[in-house]
Design a protein around this ligand. Structure first.
Ligand code: ADP
Ligand code: MG
Length: 232
């Protein structure tokens, strides 16, 4: 059974009289341990698809199953539970809280899981160490470079040991060297811990870090590209 399974997923938005179709009949299966890139022009539905995969949004029609649970049948509390336990989010603009240190930002998801005291601190420190930031735990976001902020965001995403990292344009706000550093962290996490990664990007060199590229066009999967090891 795949970790994530989308069948004939569509999502449309109504604004006034106009119906905008963001996704049209997406079929997609992602196995545990996959590293998948989603590419496509602006407006092709990439963020909509990632938000549905992350249970931040629900499809208008179709079925979506995550770890065997059918998302359409879950209530808000159960959806929040899936987001907290199974999914780590990484965003283009980091979404760190400015008045918390790096360590406190990484501890935050553990507070929601009810993990306290030394255990929480230890886990946050170890997540920061796994992205090479053990020397920055007491820094505030404003004292960190863009690449470092994104590494804190990745530590925050993995600190709960989720099944999957969902990243929407994770290198979009970074210079190309910092972007490559972030991809090397994703690759290492994927290879060493087996965490599943689904990332959206419009940069081909970033997409090539994945095992597979799904090309979206006008809300449909236009083409699936397999990336062979020797081209990476
Ligand atoms: N909340 C919304 N309300 C209305 N239309 C939306 C909304 N979110 C996205 N759309 C539309 O859906 C389409 C896909 O958007 P999006 O998934 O953000 O594309 P991408 O991330 O590939 O740029 C676009 O036409 C966009 O305008
Ligand atoms: Mg987008």
């Amino acid at each position: 059974m795949p970790l994530l399974h989308l069948e004939n997923i569509s999502r449309s938005y109504k604004s006034g009289q106009i119906q905008v179709s963001a996704l049209n009949g997406i079929d997609l299966s992602i196995e545990k341990g996959d590293f998948v890139s989603i590419m496509g022009p602006s407006g092709s539905g990439k963020s909509t698809l990632l938000n549905i995969i992350g249970c931040l949004d629900l499809p208008t029609s179709g079925t979506y199953t995550i770890e065997g649970r059918q998302v359409e049948k879950l209530n808000d509390g159960q959806l929040a539970d899936i987001r907290n336990k199974l999914i780590g989010f990484v965003f283009q603009s980091f979404h760190l809280l400015p008045n918390l240190t790096a360590l406190e930002n990484v501890e935050l998801p553990l507070i929601y899981l009810g993990i306290w005291g030394k255990e929480r601190k230890k886990r946050a420190e170890s997540a920061l160490a796994s992205v090479g930031l053990d020397h920055r735990t007491k820094h505030y976001p404003s004292q960190l470079s863009g690449g470092e902020k994104q590494r804190v965001a990745i530590a925050r995403a993995i600190v709960t040991n989720p099944a999957v990292i969902l990243a929407d344009e994770p290198t979009g706000a970074l210079d190309s060297q910092s972007g490559e550093n972030i991809m090397n962290i994703f690759r290492k996490l994927n290879e060493e811990t087996g965490i599943t990664i689904v990332q959206v990007t419009h940069e081909r060199n970033i997409a090539l870090y994945g095992h597979k590229i799904y090309h979206l066009l006008d809300g449909s999967i236009e083409r699936i590209e397999d990336i062979r090891d020797d081209t990476r």
